[in-house]
Design a binder for this molecule. Structure first.
Ligand code: ATP
Length: 362
């Protein structure tokens, strides 16, 4: 009886502290907490590994203020499979489309670095390059010569780069062949790559969408069981106008837009530190406000980011302490939290089958 009362108090206080920490309701956090004797186990439905130490400290302090002590606080992560209208893809819990209305705004750069940032926050992540007409992911991952292997001539083992599993039309056919495909063929190819790749169990598959909001993009968004979309834009009026078309497109196919990322927000001179908003200011903020969407983060125009992409050494992996890496990780945490809290979870037992390849999550 005494133990039960103490457990209940610990349970309630931990749930309340979590609610406060993440600015959400206690109803949401209650199911995350389990108490056994005086041991608290918290299972978060999102990936925020870099915050675990701070969060544990915060929980300890909050309990102490209430005269409570936990013998141990353990934090785990269990990302849910989200509910989608289309049938899920085997082993993939969530598909996140990274899209842009306008070309050249840094969508692929963002998709690649975001994928690694999610991994650093504790997620199991893959990337699918759906940019059929201009696949740049293989170059950005530094493995353009890689080819998916097949044991049965039906399924592909995806290449891996620094622990990230990836597939791309760029690994499969010469660029000039894909460039002349018509829309239906391009979307069929994407669906085929998605379904025939031996994906290990992934919390998130990042899909680098082709730029634009035409028929091809619409068909792709309709054929793939996308959990949510992230729109990349620059602050420039022209890019913002196209980003709005992207938001409208995802609304049309009932895919929730999880947030905006503003890229090339400003340039900071490496010599004098002067900040120049080359593509105008506040564009991302006003777009986010207009559509009531979170602005997940803002990245500067930076030579090193471009150099790392060109060299196939993604910045987030090779410069883990860089300020831009920290921004990508903030974006990754915000995205993971937003997805877990805004998209209802589904029963995953039918499609999560276990790792078919020697996949090492890092
Ligand atoms: N924040 C940034 N700072 C500097 N260079 C950047 C930044 N973001 C992207 N780039 C560079 O801009 C170019 C276009 O980026 P990227 O290929 O990611 O854009 P995209 O929107 O995917 O393009 P596409 O429309 O061709 O698919 C690349 O050379 C990339 O390295």
């Amino acid at each position: 009886m005494f133990f039960n009362r103490k457990s209940n108090k610990l349970h309630h206080s931990a749930a309340s502290a979590l609610a406060h920490y993440f600015s959400i309701t206690e109803d949401t956090t209650q199911p995350w907490v389990q108490v056994h004797d005086a041991e608290i186990t918290i299972t978060l439905p999102f990936c925020v590994m870099s915050q675990h130490t701070a969060l544990t400290g915060y929980l300890q302090d909050e309990l102490q203020h209430q005269g409570l002590t936990a013998s141990q606080i353990t934090l785990n992560t269990q990302v849910h499979s989200a509910k989608t209208t289309l049938a899920p893809v085997k082993n993939i819990k969530n598909i996140v489309a990274v899209a842009s209305g306008k070309g050249g705004v840094g969508k692929s750069t963002t998709a690649v670095n975001l994928a690694y940032a999610l991994m650093q926050e504790g997620a199991k992540v893959g990337i699918l390059d759906a940019d059929i007409y201009g696949p740049s992911v293989p170059m950005m991952l530094g493995n353009p010569e890689a080819r998916p292997q097949s044991q049965d001539e039906k399924h592909m083992e995806p290449p891996q780069a620094w622990g990230l599993v990836a597939n791309s039309i760029g690994y499969l056919v010469p660029a000039e062949d894909a460039a002349v495909w018509r829309g239906p063929m391009a979307s069929r190819a994407l669906k085929q790559i998605l379904d025939e790749t031996l994906w290990p169990v992934l919390d998130y598959l990042i899909v680098d969408m082709p730029p634009g909001t035409g028929d091809i993009q619409l068909t792709m968004a309709q054929q793939v069981p996308v959990t949510g979309a992230v729109i990349v834009t620059t602050p420039q009026d022209m890019a913002l106008a196209d980003a709005q078309k992207g938001i409208t497109m995802f609304n049309k196919v009932e895919v929730p837009v999880l947030g905006l990322i503003e890229n090339m927000s400003y340039y900071q001179c490496t010599q004098c530190g002067h900040i120049d908003p080359i593509f105008a200011e506040h564009g991302g903020e006003s777009l986010a406000e207009k559509y009531q969407l979170p602005l997940l983060g803002q990245l500067p125009l930076n030579t090193r980011l471009r150099e790392h992409s060109d060299a196939g050494t993604p910045l987030v992996v090779t410069e883990p302490d860089d300020a831009m890496t920290q921004t990508y990780r903030e974006i990754a945490r915000a995205l993971s939290i937003n997805l877990a809290l805004s998209v209802p979870a589904a029963d995953a037992s039918d499609h999560i089958k276990g790792d078919p390849i020697g996949f090492k999550s890092v």
